[in-house]
Design a protein around this ligand. Sequence first.
Ligand code: COA
Length: 156
Amino acid sequence: MIEILRAQPEDADALKKIAIAAKGHWGYDEPLMAQWAQTPIITPEAIAADCVYKGCDGVSIIAWHRLLTSVPTAILDDLWVLPTWIGHGIGRRLFQHAIAQAQLAGALAIELDADPNAAPFYARMGCQMIGESWTEWGRTIPRMRYTLPANIARRA
Ligand SMILES: CC(C)(COP(=O)(O)OP(=O)(O)OC[C@H]1O[C@@H](n2cnc3c(N)ncnc32)[C@H](O)[C@@H]1OP(=O)(O)O)[C@@H](O)C(=O)NCCC(=O)NCCS
């Protein structure tokens, strides 16, 4: 059974390793990946300050997300699943967990900059592409938005 728990500052190294392994799943060039791995990605301070949750299989951490609970639009800054667990429904569970957290915080929507390989996943989760964001890798990636259900109900 996969449990979703609040991440702790001491999880920072494990979460960073998962992010690097997950992004590496898309086969990006080694130099780009090595450069990215030198950046903080996630720190104990960010875990303490932000809404960071981990998926655990009972033994170890297998996935995590970080939500910046700003209103009216929360930002999903990270969502990473360990490659051996990709395609097993963990991403959906963490995305739904982030939706619940955003709703609790009073947000009306979640926005994120999607890795192009992950954009179909976000579309499957109900996100819509609303534009493009420029990245440090010299490329544009999809900016996506999920409108929270309560907001849809309010407008209906
Ligand atoms: C993107 C990611 C978070 C998705 O998590 P996951 O656990 O593999 O996704 P799930 O198994 O929960 O899939 C949920 C649904 O989305 C679909 N889906 C998942 N990834 C997909 C993809 N890359 N392309 C198309 N559909 C995808 C699944 O088929 C499933 O569809 P269903 O509703 O018919 O069952 C995960 O693949 C990952 O961490 N990738 C590498 C890192 C990354 O790109 N992270 C996002 C950074 S913005």
